[in-house]
Design a protein around this ligand. Structure first.
Ligand SMILES: [Fe+2]
Ligand SMILES: [Fe+2]
Length: 184
């Protein structure tokens, strides 16, 4: 069963659209980073793309089983440039989600008693905070022509939580076990 409230349903569709596009955009930018000789940044973009996939899947799942076309409005960053510019687009998009989109969607879902939506919005919000920080780190490195100094990333396939260096024994966000983490 999907959400009972039209506004939360619209927010879920919009967030699904935004995450779907972020998933694709980061894969495109990953190829650019690879070609520019930033293998760790390319890996970071692939890992975060997977995290956005988990968010899109969760939002879609909470929407439930009503089959039918919907026109979806969602914010998305556009632009294809050098990795340094693409990373700027990366943290801009993440910061919009952290500062505006997810807090409002989350509070609306809580107000409307939409537990499933509140959970998927809350999980995404936590992951986006880490994404923004990592994009800033990669951007700072790229400004001086360097690659980010982290070469292993772990994504929780339940909630999208993003770890570096090693996978935690338990996801701090959704409490899934270490097995839930996919390594990049
Ligand atoms: Fe993100
Ligand atoms: Fe998780």
């Amino acid at each position: 069963m999907g959400p009972k409230n039209a506004m939360t349903a619209a927010n879920l569709r919009s967030a699904y659209g935004g995450e779907s596009m972020a998933h694709m955009r980061y894969l495109i930018w990953s190829d650019i980073a690879e070609k520019e000789g930033f293998p760790n940044t390319a890996k970071l973009l692939r890992a975060i793309s997977y995290s956005e996939w988990a968010h899109a899947r969760n939002h879609f799942t909470v929407l439930g089983g009503d089959i039918g076309d919907q026109l979806v409005a969602s914010g998305a960053v556009f632009g294809l440039g050098k990795t340094m510019d693409n990373l700027t687009g990366g943290f801009m998009g993440e910061e919009f989600e952290i500062d505006q989109m997810y807090p409002v969607y989350l509070q609306t879902a809580e107000f409307q008693g939409e537990k499933g939506a509140a959970r998927t919005f809350g999980w995404a919000l936590e992951a986006e905070k880490i994404h923004a920080r990592l994009f800033h780190e990669a951007h700072d490195a790229a400004k001086s022509g360097k690659d980010i100094g982290v070469d292993s990333f772990y994504i929780c396939n339940i909630c999208g939580h993003t770890a570096t260096g090693s996978a935690p024994g338990q996801c701090p966000v959704c409490k899934a076990g270490r097995d839930a983490y996919k390594e990049f």
